[in-house]
Design a protein around this ligand. Structure first.
Ligand SMILES: [Zn+2]
Length: 460
């Protein structure tokens, strides 16, 4: 595993060293007195009791009275590096927005991405996420040390990371959308993906996925080769799919096929595949994804920001697809927080179906937790049950006492940050602040780097 301090120390980033995380190895921790679901006992990083827990001598008690406790949220799609390019191309749809940003992203180095990842992960932790999927697909010059930089940030913040080795091999001169300067060679991508997996994937804190960027930025050879590689190595497959009508048109022009048919032909369906977005799906495509248990990461705010459309979440879940929730990159969702996405998902599902019974607050919580874990192929997080990992979000709820249903309160009530976050029983956020880093300091470091990318931008 990479030395995580080397990344920040090399550029003297003002980042505090991780504090000793508490609870690991202690006899038993009891979250005591939560409004919902009551007490929770944790031993060895695992939930061992829920409801009423009789005190034992030596327990470490954490007072949760008045709080709501949920399983830690699972962010199923993100691009952490995009924290460096928030608020740009605000009047563009996906393709125009990508064209504006690709040349800027090409300038980012691993140190930039590391700082962006620290900010992005810490913000997600504060908004309740204990597991984060990141899709990194801009790898200038093939320098895959950027994945070590992202993994180091996750280790430092203390979150579980599903890191997708993204890629693009189809530049403008070959009919793709990205400029030629940001694409890599097909064989080099596959070799790098295998190398990144062999040095970073541990299946406990860091997972590596095989993840070409999108049908309009990669070749069919890369899609097919990625599916083959993932199955050989036992890794999962991830890409963007059916995000916009532009993508659908581009696919029909280039291949004479809609995106789902193209991907299916190249081996991209199954319970080891999850797609971001899945907005423009017809009835047969929804059925096909459901039958094959292919999962979808729903990113409502990003889809709204880019005027992409609304994912048919209700239909997909009914068809059998696991559906997770994602913030997507902060360049298309400047908030970068997962908790508010639960409310967005509920609103969007009801607006699409015009049916107030179609999607409930509990459904929002499910896609933000177990549904996201389903996207990532893990069963022991995202659930509040005995035997699951003690990945837990503790939400302050003093202002929600008037709402009888705690899940409705959390989903429909005002945005909030956790007071405490546990990953495997370790405290990662305490009193609303990340334990391992000074969030204000890393935000300042990020701003300095981001502003250098836009030297001519007017600032009020
Ligand atoms: Zn995305």
């Amino acid at each position: 595993m990479v030395d995580d301090l080397a990344i920040s120390d090399a550029h003297h980033a003002p980042i505090a060293k991780p504090q000793q995380r508490s609870h690991r190895g202690s006899a038993r921790t009891v979250l005591w007195g939560a409004r919902w679901p009551g007490d929770i006992a944790i031993e060895g990083g695992i939930i061992t009791a829920i409801g009423h827990v009789d005190p034992r001598r030596g327990d470490k008690r954490i007072d949760c009275s008045g709080n709501i406790v949920t399983a830690g949220l699972v962010n199923s799609h993100h691009h952490l590096y995009q924290w460096l390019t928030r608020g740009q191309a605000v009047n563009e749809g996906l393709f125009g927005w990508l064209r504006a940003l690709y040349p800027v992203w090409a300038k980012l180095d691993p140190e930039d991405v590391h700082v962006a990842a620290l900010v992005g992960l810490a913000e997600l932790a504060c908004s309740g996420a204990t597991t984060v999927a990141d899709h990194h697909y801009v790898v200038p010059g093939g320098d895959d040390s950027v994945f070590d930089a992202i993994a180091a940030a996750a280790t430092r913040v203390g979150l579980r990371l599903h890191l997708s080795r993204g890629s693009m091999d189809l530049g403008e001169s070959s009919g793709g959308l990205p400029p030629d300067s940001v694409v890599e060679g097909t064989d080099a991508i596959l070799a790098s993906t295998q190398a990144v997996a062999s040095r970073l994937h541990d299946g406990e804190r860091i997972w590596i996925n095989v993840a070409p960027c999108s049908p309009f930025s990669v070749s069919s050879e890369l899609l097919a080769g990625s599916a083959e590689l993932a199955r050989k190595l036992g890794l999962r497959l991830h890409t963007h799919l059916a995000e916009t009508l532009d993508e659908e048109r581009s696919c029909l022009e280039r291949f004479g096929q809609r995106p789902v048919a193209l991907l299916a032909e190249l081996g991209w369906t199954g319970s080891d595949v999850w797609f971001a977005h899945g907005v423009h799906l017809d009835r047969d495509e929804v059925a096909r994804l459901g039958e094959t248990k292919t999962a979808i990461a729903h990113c409502p705010s990003s889809n709204a920001r880019l005027a992409s459309g609304i994912c048919p979440v209700v239909d997909l879940r009914q068809a059998g697809s696991p559906v997770g929730l994602g913030v997507d990159g902060a360049a298309s969702n400047e908030v970068g927080a997962l908790q508010p996405e639960m409310r967005q998902a509920l609103y969007f599902a009801r607006l699409r179906s015009l049916d107030a019974t179609a999607f409930q607050p509990a459904d929002s919580l499910e896609i933000a937790t177990a549904g996201g874990a389903g996207c990532l192929g893990i069963g022991d997080v995202g659930v509040l049950q005995i035997g699951a990992k003690a990945d837990l979000a503790i939400w302050p709820a003093d202002d929600l006492d008037d709402i009888a249903d705690p899940v409705a309160a959390l989903v429909l009530g005002p945005d909030r940050k956790v007071s405490m976050l546990l990953v495997g029983g370790e405290v990662v956020v305490d009193q609303g602040n990340p334990v391992a880093i000074d969030l204000h300091e890393v935000h300042r470091a990020l701003s300095r780097r981001a502003c250098k990318l836009w030297p001519d931008a007017p600032r009020g």
